[in-house]
Design a protein around this ligand. Structure first.
Ligand code: PMP
Length: 401
């Protein structure tokens, strides 16, 4: 069967990148890996989930946990999330929240809702690789969202029109971004909001790492800034995507979208058609564990990741040769390294695996146009401090050579 001739045009945009293929090789035991940006499983609240799930399945909620359920999501969980959103400046109620199967599903749904082929999505250069993967299925064009550019709204609109569509949204990873570790300050968030207003487009605010702040003051979400301006979430163009993956456990696949009811209502219909609802047992377990210990648990993982970030920053200062710069994240899981122009991150990875057994992700994977070859992403979330020190030392040896 010649499958290519029956695949839809969108399938041609679904390709494993060379880098993804390379990363599959990194799971060998003798490799010191700073590649995967995933939580440390030793920090999962496993015992709390064990007793929550046992309790749900042995009590009056057992039938509801195993039966079909509503597409909006488990109401006590939506209520708990609404309470959390209010605490970060987003007054809303359960009807402003749709539970999704991880925030990855939120990105897929928002791509599906907004993008017709040839429409333009504004994304960071670099941006979250999984967002590009989610949006690609809807055959968009990308344009570079750069808070420090002096490009005007008219310029963005003209560029999109020349490509045969219009700008539909701006996507941003706002706190301790994947991949750069950087946080947008309040002035930049206001600037992004103004640009979106001038273009009359939506904002997709990806807050997957929001709860992982180690130090510095929290910056209000763009959605909070917008509600402060307009008085109500119902007038907001920002759609906030949250996740329990970094705070509690990614394997349960529970995230959410928070925004105006008009958009949430449309997304509920989309979810009904796509997968009916997110696993009810998982939503119940997340709700129970969140009520029981969310704040205490995130304080514990913040302390663990803070120590690892500090170890990585200290090791970089000690071991990196001149000409190499890096970000200093206030939270999250990532540090972004800029190598001298002309040096290639993918090339460096190949050499590093061979001679130093240290892994990381070449930065060009995170650029919609494949640029950024002289960058790499390091993750400090899964290695202990001693391993971080040793790995960065080896990377320093390689870079000096
Ligand atoms: N957004 C960002 C910026 C991420 O880094 C990730 C996970 N790597 C996600 C969204 C998706 O996470 P999840 O689907 O587990 O919520």
């Amino acid at each position: 069967m010649k499958w290519e001739q029956v695949f839809a045009s969108r399938a041609s945009r679904m390709k494993a990148s060379e880098i993804r293929e390379l990363l599959k090789l990194l799971d060998q035991p003798d490799i010191l890996s700073f590649a995967g940006g995933i939580p440390d499983p030793a920090l999962f609240p496993t015992a709390a989930f064990q007793s929550a799930i046992a309790d749900i399945l042995s009590g009056p909620r057992a039938e509801a946990a195993l039966q079909y359920s509503v597409s909006e999501g488990y109401k006590p969980l939506r209520d708990w999330i609404a309470g959390q959103m209010a605490r970060i400046g987003v007054p809303c109620d359960a009807d402003n929240i749709l539970i999704t199967s991880g925030s990855q599903q939120a990105l897929d749904y928002l791509g599906k809702l907004f993008l017709s082929p040839r429409d333009t999505a504004l994304v960071g250069w670099p941006t979250y690789l999984g967002a590009l993967g989610a949006f690609n299925a809807y055959e968009p064009e990308y344009d570079r969202l750069d808070p420090h550019t002096n490009r005007t709204a008219a310029d963005y609109a003209d560029t999109a029109a020349a490509k045969g569509g219009r700008v539909k949204f701006a996507y941003m990873s706002v706190d301790f971004a994947n991949p750069t570790g950087e946080t947008l300050d309040a002035a930049t968030r206001h600037g992004m909001l103004q640009l979106a207003q001038d273009l009359d487009i939506a904002i997709i605010e990806d807050a997957a790492y929001q709860s992982l702040r180690f130090d510095g003051d929290a910056v209000p979400p763009i959605l909070a800034l917008e509600i402060a301006q307009k008085g109500s979430i119902e007038a907001a163009r920002t759609l906030y995507c949250g996740s329990f993956s970094k705070s509690l456990a990614p394997g349960l696949r529970v995230g959410w979208i928070c925004g105006a009811r008009e958009v949430i209502g449309k997304l509920v219909l989309m979810k009904q058609a796509a997968d009916l609802h997110t696993s009810t047992l998982n939503q119940m377990a997340i709700a129970d564990v969140a009520v029981l210990m969310f704040e205490g648990h995130v304080a514990k993982i913040r302390a663990a990741y803070r120590a690892r970030r500090d170890a990585m920053l200290a090791a970089l200062t000690t071991h990196m040769p001149a000409g190499i710069t890096w970000t200093r994240p206030e939270g999250g899981m990532f540090i972004w390294i800029t190598l001298p122009v002309g040096m290639d991150g993918a090339d460096l990875l190949a050499r590093s695996l061979q001679s130093q057994k240290v892994a990381f992700v070449p930065g060009s994977a995170f650029f919609a146009d494949g640029s950024g070859r002289n960058t790499i992403r390091l993750s400090f979330s899964r290695a202990d401090e001693a391993t971080i020190g040793e790995g960065i030392k080896r990377l320093g040896i390689l870079l000096r050579s």
